[in-house]
Ligand binder design. Structure first.
Ligand code: AMP
Length: 311
């Protein structure tokens, strides 16, 4: 039993009001693997990189229990490249450049050793590629979690609709939830999206936390109020990695346990934004993660007595 992660492994170049990075390692599946490998191993990584992707980056992840058999290396091609610039609020960004390179003709091949995974985490990629991975699995995973973005709603809506029917947990941000559902109220949006297929919906609201919906139930997790947000790139993927990592570790996919998984994801994301790229995630120790989760507990814990008369 294991976690299968699908997504981009890439080079990014990031500009924020506080600084500018060179070409650094990024990609949705990279962040997911760095985050989830704190909680569960092995992780089966499915992606594609070019000959320019540093082998060392694959090796350090391998040393953390991330299998690379499903990562295709196209020696004579270039890795996916994305660059973005954040606005002053650090919540919104403009994509400056997307070079698909190896992702342009990516045909994922699921190795035999990746079959029978417990959880499938579909990181942000073309819905047709995400669909192709599901169709190659001989047995349906116990849980399929999927992240997507507005770009695919605009360019591949019919594939996205087919895919959404097959997933158990969908993760989107608030503007994507509104776009997907055509509803402004997030509660109405959540109802409409769950009617499209997923039993569970997570709506991420950046520095304002995340909502988890299931039937008529809803849970809210705040984001940790941070003094400095240095680079939000990958925060959503890191959140996803913590979420699925916790579920894989505890083998409990109930709504109650998903609440804890959302806190774990939020704690991991709060670290991700402290430095450029994956730099902060690479430094983390178990005690750091425990401390952050404790900070979340303290942040949300309160007591009020409703037994006595007030007036
Ligand atoms: P996030 O900040 O969580 O939305 O994720 C940012 C990461 O997603 C970056 O490291 C990019 O390399 C990757 N990314 C950006 N656009 C795409 C895309 N169209 N397909 C796959 N990965 C992407």
């Amino acid at each position: 039993m294991s976690l299968l992660v699908v997504g981009s492994m890439a080079f990014d170049a990031i500009e924020t009001p506080f600084g500018k990075s060179d070409k650094i390692i990024g990609g949705a599946a990279t962040y997911i693997a760095w985050s989830a490998s704190n909680f569960t191993r092995p992780i089966k990584q499915l992606s594609v990189v070019g000959g320019d992707f540093p082998r060392e980056e694959l090796k350090i992840l391998e040393a953390r229990g991330v299998a690379m058999e499903g990562v295709q290396v196209k020696e004579n091609e270039k890795s996916f490249f994305w660059s973005g610039r954040y606005h002053m609020d650090m919540n919104t960004r403009d994509t400056l450049e997307t070079q698909l390179n190896v992702l342009g003709n990516f045909r994922p091949v699921v190795p035999d050793s990746y079959q029978d995974c417990e959880i499938l985490m579909l990181g942000n990629l073309a819905p047709s590629i995400q669909l192709s991975v599901i169709s190659q699995l001989k047995n349906k995973p116990k849980l399929i979690v999927m992240d997507t973005m507005n770009f695919w709603m605009e360019t591949a809506m019919s594939d996205l609709e087919k895919l959404i029917k097959k997933v158990d947990v969908l993760m989107v941000n608030d503007s994507e939830a509104r776009q997907l559902s055509g509803q402004y109220s997030l509660v109405s949006a959540a109802k409409a999206i769950m009617e499209m297929g997923p039993q569970y919906l997570i709506i991420k609201k950046g520095e304002h936390g995340a909502l988890l919906f299931n039937d008529d139930k809803v849970f809210f997790a705040p984001a940790l109020p941070l003094e400095v947000v240095f680079d939000p790139t990958g925060a959503g993927d890191t959140f996803a990695g913590g979420f699925v990592g916790h579920l894989a570790r505890t083998k409990d996919h109930s709504f109650e346990n998903m609440k804890s998984a959302i806190i774990v994801g939020s704690a991991m994301a709060s670290y991700c934004v402290e430095k450029f790229g994956t730099a902060r995630l690479k430094e983390l120790k178990r005690t750091d993660i425990d401390n952050r989760i404790q900070q979340f507990k303290d942040l949300t814990k309160f007591d009020i007595n409703l037994d006595t008369d007030w007036v």
